[in-house]
Each structure stands twice: as structure tokens, then as C-alpha cells.
Design a protein around this ligand. Structure first.
Ligand SMILES: [Fe+2]
Length: 141
């Protein structure tokens, strides 16, 4: 699912981060198409996951600050969605090392699960819930 101009919220800082998230999600998607994973690729998957976890946390912090500063009325609901996402990522992270040490098929299953989750989240959260706060953001600072 490549980035499209219609995904832009018009909020520069949010769009920059969303674009980078899309790039990371594309990488997960590419790895999920493979059937075998070399040692080097397993390392890369580990790096992508750590990077995704950190990047998403930073992105949620930015969004929540923007919504709070601009008195977005659905702030609490939006934060709950971020929490649900974080819980899912945490649970995937807790099984990551065991998965990477195991069979190719298990890694593929893990990546398929992650890839579907991320894609649904893009469609259901970024393109719906994030767009809902856009009209409320009068200032980015
Ligand atoms: Fe969000």
C-alpha cells in the first residue's frame, strides 16, 4: 500500500511521520512475502520491529500533544486507540525473539499477522481517526 497524496492531512509534522510509517509498513509487507529468512534477514526484521516500535511511540506522542494543545474533543477516545495499537505491538514484540530463533514458517506467520494488522490500522486509524482531528488543529506548536 504505497503512499498517496490523498493521505495527507495538511499538518506537516504529522504527514512527515505518516509517510515514514508507510515506508516501514511497506518493508514489513515485503518481508511477509518471503518464504525463507537468512540470518541477515532475521537481523533486519529485528531492526525493523525495534524501529517501528520507537517510531510509533514518538508519533503517538506528537499526535496526542497536538490534539491536547488544540482541545480536540475526542482526545480520550483517540488515545485509547493508540493504547490498543501499542498493546498489540507489545505482544508481538514479546514473541519476536522466540520467533526469530525458529522456523521460517513461524517468521512468515508472524510477519503476515503484523502486516495485516498494520494495513488495517492504516485504513481504519490513520485514514479515518487521524483525519477526524485535522479540522481542530489550528496550530502545530
Ligand atoms: Fe492517531
Amino acid at each position: 500500500m504505497p503512499w498517496q497524496e490523498s493521505y495527507e492531512t495538511g499538518i506537516t509534522s504529522v504527514d512527515l511521520q505518516h509517510r515514514r510509517l508507510f515506508d516501514r509498513i511497506e518493508r514489513v509487507h515485503t518481508f511477509a512475502q518471503k518464504k525463507e529468512y537468512s540470518e541477515k534477514e532475521r537481523e533486519e526484521i529485528r531492526d525493523i520491529m525495534a524501529d517501528l516500535e520507537n517510531y510509533v511511540a514518538a508519533h503517538f506522542t506528537l499526535e496526542e500533544r497536538l490534539m491536547q494543545d488544540n482541545n480536540y474533543p475526542q482526545l480520550e477516545e483517540h488515545i485509547r486507540e493508540h493504547e490498543k495499537f501499542t498493546e498489540k505491538i507489545n505482544s508481538l514484540m514479546s514473541s519476536l525473539e522466540g520467533t526469530l530463533a525458529g522456523e521460517d514458517a513461524k517468521i512468515n506467520e508472524f510477519l503476515q499477522d503484523l502486516s495485516h494488522f498494520l494495513e488495517n490500522w492504516l485504513k481504519g486509524h490513520i485514514l479515518v481517526k487521524d483525519f477526524a482531528y485535522v479540522p481542530y488543529i489550528k496550530s502545530e506548536h
